[in-house]
Write a protein of this length. Sequence first.
Length: 246
Amino acid sequence: MSGHSKWANIKHKKGKMDAVRGKITTKISREITVAVRMGGSDPAGNMRLKLALQKARENNIPKENIQRAIQKGSGTLEGSNYEEIKYEGYGPGGVAIMVEAMTDNRNRTAADIRHLFSKYGGNLGESGCVGWMFKQKGIFVIEQGGIEEEELMLLALDAGAEDFEAAEDQFEITTDPADFEKVLEVLDSNNIKTAVARITMIPETTASLAGDESVKMVKLLDALEDHDDIQEVYTNFDVPFEDEED
């Protein structure tokens, strides 16, 4: 069950994370606040909060930032009232892009995102225009070296995982969202540390670009991910290795 890394295609520039540490802290803190506001401060009964806290751990967010975000969500600290909005559109060459945003100013965010799409040769579309190209899946990334491939594969599949892949120096486990928590519990109970554990959107098929279109697409993805209001960016663009390293 080995093959192309799904996670590498979802996060086209993982190495960029450290360079924008402040932005990442802000975005994850906002995610925690909204999760608490919607489902309470106990992660045992709030899967969304559990996932946000997992993301905070993956990115080494300081405990004091996490606590402040929880307090804002529960109302013990004052904070902005964010709403969630999804945008869909096309990048250069018709590549599909989905954007998840949290904003306290819907008009500002919509104008900014429309401008970025236009600036880099894309266009913002109607709701649903590309959503059908993606499926919601749970994904786990585990660094190789701590457990044997066959042992991990059997644990994952017995817990309900849909797929298991050995990709580069990592193992990747894919699940239906309904089975995500069960697989997570099995990994935790076997002391298997995850580098990534989250529910995300995976494209059904990927699209390649070349030359100027490929460069513009990478710049568009970077600009969207850099925007303060944007939490996640999903695309079916298969980033060429040489562009990924630029």
